[in-house]
Design a protein around this ligand. Structure first.
Ligand code: SAM
Length: 227
């Protein structure tokens, strides 16, 4: 019963890795990976007690307690050196929250971990943080499920900073290259959304919010340029 979204996230977790799933809730992702024997070990970590209990219940139901630890902690603070974590998953949250978790928990990373991130929104802000902190975006994926678009960003720390253009930060450097049908549809829908707002503003009586309208027109132009 794993969602397509989490299945796609699972695809980006390397085989035999030791995974920290931050904000694990029901621990569906680690349970799926462990049941398929794809990974060695997982930490299901949560900042909230209710979700942590969900994770505990799921893990004991599936008899996976010997390969899993559940931890109550804020973000990456659940990761200890001796865990030997080599893949950190942060999925199903806003990009700003994922960025804050990475920013606040940097001292708990050794810089060798693969990051598998799945922001629901705010992807550009997350990519900017990755760039500023010497991460290279090594893979990206976009999928659509239940009327939502989800992006997956895989990142790895590098020695030399990689500079992404504003366009790459907004659309995703790899998504831009792949130009998948879901990607095209996402941005076509965004154009439609902006056009609808503009036309309703144009129909307003009285003074129109010209600056806002112009900003949206500029954004439409930017999107059209990459499609
Ligand atoms: N990762 C799962 C997924 O993708 O389906 C669950 C996503 S759920 C919407 C987000 C979870 O992140 C919540 O259970 C919440 O308690 C947890 N969370 C939010 N902030 C967190 C933080 N700073 N550290 C750890 N967990 C956090």
């Amino acid at each position: 019963h794993l969602s397509q979204r989490l299945k796609a996230v699972a695809n980006y977790v390397p085989n035999d890795s030791r995974v920290a799933d931050i904000g694990s809730d029901h621990a569906y992702l680690p349970v799926y990976l462990l049941k398929k024997d794809l990974i060695e070990y997982a930490i299901a970590s949560e900042v909230a007690k209710g979700p942590l209990q969900n994770a505990k219940n799921e893990i004991s139901k599936e008899n996976l307690s010997d390969k899993t630890d559940t931890r109550l902690a804020d973000g990456l603070l659940s990761i200890k050196k001796e865990d030997g974590i080599d893949c950190v998953v942060i999925a199903g949250m806003g990009g700003i929250l994922i960025r804050d978790i990475l920013e606040n928990g940097q001292s708990h990373l050794n810089g060798k971990e693969l990051l598998v991130l799945q922001p629901n929104v705010g992807e550009d802000i997350l990519r900017k943080w990755l760039m500023d902190n010497y991460y290279s975006i090594i893979n990206e994926h976009i999928l659509r499920e239940d009327g939502h678009n989800y992006e997956i960003i895989e990142a790895q720390k590098v020695n030399d900073k990689i500079i992404y253009t504003l366009e790459e930060l907004k659309f995703g450097p790899i998504l831009l290259e792949k130009r998948s049908p879901v990607f095209i549809e996402k941005w076509q829908n965004e154009i439609k959304r902006l056009e609808n707002i503009i036309s309703s503003m144009d129909n307003m009586k009285g003074p129109k919010p010209i600056t806002k309208i112009n900003k949206m027109k500029k954004e439409i132009k930017e999107i059209k340029e990459v499609l």
